[in-house]
Unconditional design. Sequence first.
Length: 199
Amino acid sequence: MRPGFLLLAAALLAAAFPFGPARAAGDAARGRALAEEHSCGGCHGPQGVSGQPNIPSLAGQPADFITLQMILFREVLRDAPPMPDLAQGLSDQQIEDLAAHYAALPSGPAEDRGPRDAGRFHDGALLAERLRCGICHLPDYRGRMQIPRLAGQREEYLAGAMAQYRDGRRHGSDTNMNAVMYGVTDAEIAALAHYMAQQ
């Protein structure tokens, strides 16, 4: 990881999440209009539930998580094309508004989610317990603050993200996920992704 990355990410976090009542609140109505203007629903679904492989659902994600990711995209600290390009020119307030919009939408599984596989679900549940996923993401995996919702997320997206963390190809604002996923096999990732997606 680049040495200055963590310092820059920490500075962005401090700017995005200042202490006290001075923080601007996002406006969901403005965010909805902005999402329509930028055609966000074309990839993430009109109601924030993705119908496209490898595109995450945003409905019900914590607003702080969306805000942080959008800032990382805008500042080109996270590379997930085409998002860095699409985030260019967005103000902090517009990012807050988009986050408020998606956080307010009801979460739900993708329409093309397959049936539950009892064996993989069981294996994923055991692995989630062993890795203590519910400590940060909460026991029902709804996420909180800057930590994403995993419940009902697209299965292939979750598997891809976890593999990227394991392989050092993706970094968050800290290295917790890289450490958690270290040494986890492809089969274990598949079971964990299935378990989370089926919540």
